[in-house]
Design a protein around this ligand. Structure first.
Ligand code: SF4
Length: 468
């Protein structure tokens, strides 16, 4: 369920290891399909206890942005992988992308020893922006159905709400309201706005990351467990950068986009970039390395989404190299960055289909700027200011990926966002944290701008750059 409060969304909610190219169109649908297999298909099959089962079949209907750009985002392949029982964190890219051709050949799923008809080209149904002639509960909606002959015996509507988060719709097919505050656990350091977070830091005199660690402990996640997972996330960042810097060729999908990170990195190492650029191209090259891996369907971390997965790893690698930061400092930065992402998720959105790219690259820039400022010893006020600068200069940014692929403008957009995040960090560290527009106000504006934005600019590939 959707938590009402930002303090209930933790670092491991915002940073999830998964598969490219999209968190809302690949990771979310894959988890949704796995959920349908585990929670609807498997229990139904078990109830049959050996009775006649050969008429069972599964259908997945994709609506809204998933229908408009799902082919470019490999949503169909992700659904196949989830339906055969794979999870984006534990499964490797090769087995994930083999699922669809194998199902197309065999035409059956195997659940609890029972075969169920499922041919991707027939049983994945690309719908439009209406469901049963009604509006959608969310721009990324999937309806899974299990049929016995012509009769629907199980049905579940799942919403992929961005960053790999999924929610199930209620029995009327509507998005459930956020969890009631009264049902949430009491935390030692409650906050639900940037203003409240800064006030908690000032009141407790705790380092900003420590406050979040103590809240997480109250929610059942020990510091040891949290740091173990963050260490794996940092390792995945690095592996992704290294793979991106050592791979060239053409990205899949038909747009014939050439991978550039490897060649740019060589130019950097040979000192052949423009003199005035110096080493400043490094964050751009690192960001592009990760986003090229994402576009190729590789293993990446949502930060907070896959489309924006390159920005934070690029900023972390750049600062680690420049300032020789320790693993613990890098983890502390991630913890603070996740708090900024949680505020955006709670008060605006991290979904390109809901608010455009301001929700993805914009959020990532704010997270990176806030987390980097924390890592470099900034005050809580400076952290808030850095995050505000990060989001303010992405307000109104549309999502218009060409051919629905997470390539153009997405890859370069992460490079530009990484540079902005580093600049926001430097600007806030050079000031006293006093500034005119608060982060809370900027998030209000971001939400309203997303609501006002025409649907063609919200991950539907029907406007802007997508029109060529
Ligand atoms: S334009 Fe931005 S929001 Fe849209 S797919 Fe690309 S990275 Fe994601």
């Amino acid at each position: 369920m959707n938590p009402t409060r930002a303090d209930h969304i933790g670092p491991l909610d915002m940073f999830k290891i998964g598969i490219g190219p999209s968190s809302s169109h690949t990771v979310g649908p894959m988890i949704a399909a796995l959920d349908f297999r585990i929670n609807c298909v498997a229990p139904h099959v078990k109830k049959l206890k050996g009775k006649k089962t050969e008429n069972l079949s599964v259908v997945a209907q994709l609506f809204g942005s998933l229908s408009a750009t799902g082919r470019g985002h490999a949503t169909d392949g992700a659904i196949c992988a989830g339906l055969i029982g794979l999870h984006p964190k534990s499964a490797g890219p090769d087995e994930i992308w083999a699922a669809m051709p194998e199902l197309e050949k065999s035409g059956v799923l195997n659940v609890e020893g029972v075969t169920i008809k499922f041919i991707p080209s027939k049983n994945i149904d690309w719908q439009g922006f209406l469901m049963d002639k009604e509006g959608l509960p969310h721009p990324n909606t999937i309806r899974f159905q299990l049929f016995s002959g012509d009769e629907i015996v199980e049905e579940k509507i799942i919403l992929s709400v961005g960053g790999g988060f999924i929610e199930s719709a209620d029995e009327k097919g509507q998005r459930r309201p956020p969890q009631k505050e009264s049902t949430l656990r009491k935390l030692p350091h409650p906050y639900n706005s940037a203003n409240e977070f800064v006030a908690q830091c000032v009141k407790t005199k705790l380092p900003p990351w420590q406050l979040i660690i103590e809240n997480q402990a109250a929610l059942g996640m020990s510091e040891e467990e949290l740091r173990k997972n963050l260490s794996e996330i940092l390792r995945t960042f690095d592996q992704c950068i290294e793979r991106g810097l050592s791979t060239d060729g053409i990205l899949p999908g038909g747009l014939n986009v050439k991978r550039r990170a490897k060649a740019l990195h060589q130019l950097l190492n040979e000192g052949k970039t423009p003199a005035w650029a110096g080493s400043d191209l490094r964050p751009s090259v690192y960001a592009m390395a990760v986003n090229e891996e994402n576009a190729a369907g590789g293993k990446v971390v949502t930060a907070p989404t896959n489309g924006s997965s390159g920005l934070i790893p690029a900023v972390w690698r750049t600062l680690q190299e420049a300032n020789n930061l320790s693993e613990t400092e890098l983890q502390n930065g991630l913890i603070v960055a996740s708090m900024i992402g949680a505020l955006v998720k709670t008060h605006a959105s991290i979904s390109g289909a809901e608010v455009g790219c301001q929700g993805e690259v914009g959020t990532s820039c704010a997270m990176a700027a806030g987390g980097a400022t924390a890592m470099l010893g900034g005050t809580p006020e400076q952290i808030e200011q850095a995050a505000e600068i990060g989001i303010e200069h992405h307000l109104g940014m549309t999502c218009d990926p060409i051919m629905g692929l997470v390539q153009v403008p997405c890859i370069e957009r992460n490079a530009m966002g990484a540079v902005k995040a580093l600049n926001a960090t430097a600007l806030s560290l050079a000031s006293d944290g006093n500034h005119l527009v608060s982060l809370d106000k900027a998030l209000e504006v971001m939400k309203q701008t997303g609501l006002d934005m025409n649907q063609k600019y919200k991950e539907t590939a029907t406007g802007g750059l997508a029109l060529g």
